[in-house]
Write a protein that binds this ligand. Sequence first.
Ligand SMILES: C[S@@+](CC[C@H](N)C(=O)[O-])C[C@H]1O[C@@H](n2cnc3c(N)ncnc32)[C@H](O)[C@@H]1O
Length: 258
Amino acid sequence: MRERQRFRAHAGQSRLLLRTEERHPVLYTEGLDPEGGPVYGERVLARDGRLLRHWEPHRSKLGAALAKQAEPTLPGVGETWLYLGAATGTTVSHVADLVGPRGAVLAVERSVRPFARLLALAERYPNVLPLLADARRPEEYAGDVATADGLYADVAQPDQVEIVLENARLFLGPSRPVVLALKTASLGRGPEPRAYLEAASRALAEGGLEVDSATALEPFHRRHFLVGATATARLFGGGAAGGSASATPGLGRAARRR
Ligand SMILES: C[S@@+](CC[C@H](N)C(=O)[O-])C[C@H]1O[C@@H](n2cnc3c(N)ncnc32)[C@H](O)[C@@H]1O
């Protein structure tokens, strides 16, 4: 009974529940499958016929950002989100919980090994559509995506900004949200994380995304930020996406090409 009273629904997302007495808010998503168990070994609770799944901040950059009280635009109930870098589906499963049974997660992953586990997840989660494809070649999945209400990206690649801009340009409309788990340059090479974030934010803005927020994910994920952005009309104005990123120093493939 006491456990019951400690939860509250997130202000903008009814399928996200929080407990706030701890050092960081503790997050749960309402599991899509009330009869199912955990997806990746996370704690689960049964409550009023619902299954609540603990969103482990150490296992998910979006979960970490929310635990740090960031406020990116979250996938809404009934929405369709394009997800780049799905891996085995840890964060995908929570995003699928958020969009609920009438929404969809179009989950792109290019590596076969994690993709096998993503397929297994999709058997339990009918609102997840796994797409074995390279996010640098969106034409490979354009036939399955059409348009999306939002874009989440966690590819951890040097050209992550270009990948995001190109996919946003192809699949989002103006004012649609983009959430990017940004891996900064590491191992002492390239710019420091803050400088990398600033360069990436400039490249996103020049490409046509308005950057709304950036949250450092320490202590959960070193050298990562969660960046929230919004598509502007300029993204669709022709020629801005991708090319602008390549003009920004320190941003991986694009910069090295110069
Ligand atoms: C950091 S992991 C993603 C973790 C996952 N988002 C989660 O939170 O559960 C990055 C993933 O992106 C995938 N990836 C990297 N480059 C990619 C590309 N160009 N297209 C599609 N997937 C890619 C990798 O294979 C890897 O599984």
